[in-house]
Design a protein around this ligand. Structure first.
Ligand code: GPP
Ligand code: MG
Length: 285
């Protein structure tokens, strides 16, 4: 393989294409319009029922109400993830693997007062997220790095907790959990929220393939998570199927001006049972 155009961070043509997607997708109103509401910029979906009154009020402000509600549901998703990080203290060092524009990391610092490092292979995202940390005056504790989550460069045993918020579909899970296992101290916590395909219904459905194509990702089957965790001394303590909780988010998003066209494949995949939205909580032994 030619390495002439590949950096130490981007090691394969696939990783380069993923970085290109996130570096060039800078005008994404579905994420920017939501983030502008309170300065928490997310790159994940939402959970919980939406307030039906957002659809009922005056038509000229309906879209703004939907956007606000979508943002509330996305923040609720990040809150649920943080609820499962265990008892954290300000001395802890956490890792946000695939940190996007930084929303979940900023929320972790707000909640725990801890140190957070986020890594992303998109230099645009890293710069955006660092600017947010700066703006909030937390840049001494929340830092974003242009690094590969498969090879973060952080010290062995240096992390009390790690999370991935919808990022594992971009990497080989065995390589990823090998790195997390190295980074976590004994008893350290890993929380994963992800979309995964359903082994029970067989190989990936058309709707799941459309999601992969849309985001340049490779959705893994549910079984791959548990195999890769077990192989890397990461023992699940809780597994929560969030599929029913995320469907209202997608139904609301489909009614909004910032819909991207991927709403139908998500709704089809979830409703036909070929795809789940899952949270996995595991401990490093
Ligand atoms: C991130 O959300 C989406 C992904 C990382 C891709 C796939 C996730 C799965 C669960 C399959 P985003 O906020 O950037 O997406 P959008 O722009 O559509 O809101
Ligand atoms: Mg989004």
């Amino acid at each position: 393989m030619s390495t002439s155009t590949q950096s130490a961070v981007l090691r394969t043509p696939y990783q380069e294409s993923v970085a290109r997607y996130w570096n060039t997708n800078q005008q994404d109103p579905v994420n920017l319009r939501l983030g502008e509401i309170d300065g928490l910029y997310h790159h994940h979906y939402g959970i919980g029922d939406y307030d039906p009154s957002v659809l009922a009020g005056p038509e000229n402000t309906r879209d703004a109400r939907i956007i606000q509600e979508l943002h509330r549901l996305e923040t609720a998703q990040a809150d649920l993830l943080l609820d499962h990080l265990g008892k954290r203290t300000p001395a802890d060092h956490l890792l946000d693997a695939g940190s996007g524009r930084g929303g979940t990391s900023i929320m972790a610092e707000q909640r725990f007062g801890c140190h957070v490092d986020g890594v992303s292979i998109s230099e645009y995202q890293v710069d955006f997220a660092n600017a947010q940390a700066e703006k909030r005056g937390v840049a001494d504790r929340v830092k974003f790095h242009f690094r590969n989550m498969l090879d973060t460069g952080f010290a062995t045993g240096s992390r009390q907790a790690i999370w991935t918020n919808e990022t594992t579909m971009y990497v080989d899970l065995f390589e990823l959990f090998d790195e997390f296992s190295r980074l976590l101290e004994h008893g350290g916590r890993y929380v994963c929220i992800t979309g995964c395909s359903n082994d029970v219904t067989g190989l990936r459905s058309k709707a799941v393939s459309r999601i992969d194509e849309h985001y340049t990702c490779n959705i893994h089957p549910r079984s791959a998570y548990f195999r890769a965790l077990a192989e890397n001394n990461l023992v699940p303590i809780e597994v929560v199927d969030l599929t029913a909780a995320t469907i209202p988010y997608w139904e609301l998003r489909a009614k909004c001006s910032v819909a991207t066209g991927i709403e139908d494949p998500f709704l089809t995949a979830y409703k036909e049972g070929s795809f789940h939205y899952l949270m996995i909580v595991a401990d490093r032994i």
